[in-house]
Design a protein around this ligand. Structure first.
Ligand code: PBG
Length: 330
C-alpha cells in the first residue's frame, strides 16, 4: 500500500521531533504565586496544596532569590491578613506600612530584577471574604474601585512593577490607570484579570489565605455577581476588550486548564500579552493524583504547562513554577 502522506515520518527520532516542535516551555514563561504571613523565620505547609508554603516576609525574600536564580522572573503576592485587621472597606489593604507593601519593598531591595506583581483585591482584607465592599447586602462596585485605586497606588509606591487586580469590578482598570498616572507611576503596568470565572477550582487557595466568603444570609455567599459564569465564552471577549480599552497592559484568563478554549479564542483576537492562571484546584488535583501514584508528577506538570502555552499563554501563573523551573533546567 502506498500512503503518500505519513505523519509518523517526522516522529521517528527525538532529534527530528525536536526540530518540528511548535511550542517550547521555558522558565521565562513562569510566574510563582507566593503566600505571605506576619512574623519571622516561619513557614507553614498548606495541606490542600502539597509542596506549597505560607512564609514570613524574610523567608519569602529568600525564596524569591532562589526563584530568580532558577530563571523564574515574576512573582505574584498574596497576604494572609490577621483577623483583627479585617474590615468591610479593606482599610488595611492600602496601609503604606502593611505586610504587602513591606514585602514588595523587601523583594525589590533584595532581588531588583524580579518582576513583582501584587494581587489587588479586597478579599484577604475583608471581614466578609469578598472582593468588594458590601453595602445594603450587595457588592458596591464603585466604592470598591476607590479602595482598589488606593491599594494599587500604595503598591506602586512600594515598588511594584505590575499591579494585578483580580477582583472583577467594572471600570477598575480605568480607575487604577488614572490613579497610577496621577501619582506619577506611569511605568507601573496593569495585568488585568479580564476573564476570571466564578470557579470551584479556587477552593485550596481560599484555605491557604483563610479568605473564603463567610456564611451569612445578609451577604452573597459566592462571587457570582462579579466573577464570570462558566457557561459563557463570548462574554469573556467582551470583558477582555473593555479592559484593553481601559488601559490594561496584560490580560489574564483564569482558571487555566478547563478554560483553554477561552485562551485560544482570546489569543486569536488580541495582540497584548496573555497570562493564564493555573489555579490552586488544578494544582491540587495533579498533586493528589501524583501522591497516589496515578500520574507521573514531573511529566504531568511539564505537559500541562506546555499545553497552556500552546493554547496561547505568554506567561503562566502556577504553583508548580519552581518545580517546573528545576525540571526545565535539567
Ligand atoms: C481573590 C483571588 C482568588 C484567587 C486569586 N485571587 C480567589 C478568589 O477569587 O476567590 C485564586 C487563585 C487560585 O485558586 O489559585 N481575589
Amino acid at each position: 500500500m502506498i500512503i503518500y502522506s505519513r505523519n509518523r515520518r517526522l516522529r521517528t527520532t527525538p532529534a527530528l521531533r525536536a526540530l518540528v516542535q511548535e511550542t517550547v516551555l521555558t522558565t521565562s514563561d513562569l510566574v510563582m504565586p507566593l503566600f505571605v504571613m506576619e512574623g519571622t523565620q516561619t513557614e507553614i505547609a498548606i495541606s490542600s496544596m502539597p509542596g506549597i508554603l505560607r512564609r514570613t516576609m524574610d523567608l519569602t525574600v529568600k525564596e524569591c532569590k532562589e526563584l530568580f536564580s532558577l530563571g523564574v522572573k515574576g512573582v505574584n503576592l498574596y497576604m494572609k491578613v490577621s483577623e483583627n485587621l479585617k474590615d468591610n472597606l479593606g482599610t488595611e489593604s492600602w496601609n503604606r506600612n502593611g505586610l504587602m507593601q513591606n514585602t514588595i519593598k523587601a523583594i525589590k531591595d533584595a532581588v531588583p530584577g524580579m518582576v513583582v506583581m501584587p494581587d489587588v483585591a479586597l478579599d484577604p482584607y475583608s471581614i466578609y471574604g469578598h472582593d468588594g465592599i458590601i453595602s445594603n447586602g450587595k457588592i458596591d462596585n464603585d466604592a470598591t474601585n476607590d479602595a482598589l485605586v488606593k491599594m494599587s497606588v500604595s503598591h506602586a509606591e512600594a515598588g511594584a512593577d505590575i499591579i494585578a487586580p483580580s477582583d472583577m469590578m467594572d471600570g477598575r482598570v480605568a480607575a487604577i490607570r488614572t490613579g497610577l498616572e496621577e501619582g506619577g507611576f506611569t511605568d507601573v503596568g496593569i495585568l488585568s484579570y479580564a476573564a476570571k470565572y466564578a470557579s470551584s477550582f479556587y477552593g485550596p487557595f481560599r484555605n491557604a489565605l483563610d479568605s473564603a466568603p463567610v456564611d451569612n444570609v445578609e451577604i452573597p455567599k459566592d462571587k457570582k455577581t462579579y466573577q464570570m459564569d462558566f457557561h459563557n465564552s463570548r462574554e469573556a471577549m467582551d470583558e477582555v476588550m473593555k479592559d484593553i480599552a481601559e488601559g490594561a497592559d496584560i490580560i489574564m484568563i483564569k482558571p487555566g486548564m478547563p478554560y483553554l478554549d477561552i485562551v485560544s479564542k482570546v489569543r486569536e483576537a488580541i495582540d497584548l500579552p496573555i497570562a493564564v492562571y493555573n489555579v490552586s484546584g488544578e494544582y491540587a488535583m495533579l498533586k493528589a493524583a501524583a501522591q497516589n501514584g496515578w500520574l507521573d508528577n514531573d511529566k504531568a506538570i511539564i505537559e500541562s504547562l506546555t499545553c497552556i502555552k500552546r493554547a496561547g499563554a505568554d506567561m503562566i501563573f502556577t504553583y508548580a513554577a519552581k518545580e517546573a523551573a528545576i525540571l526545565l533546567n535539567g
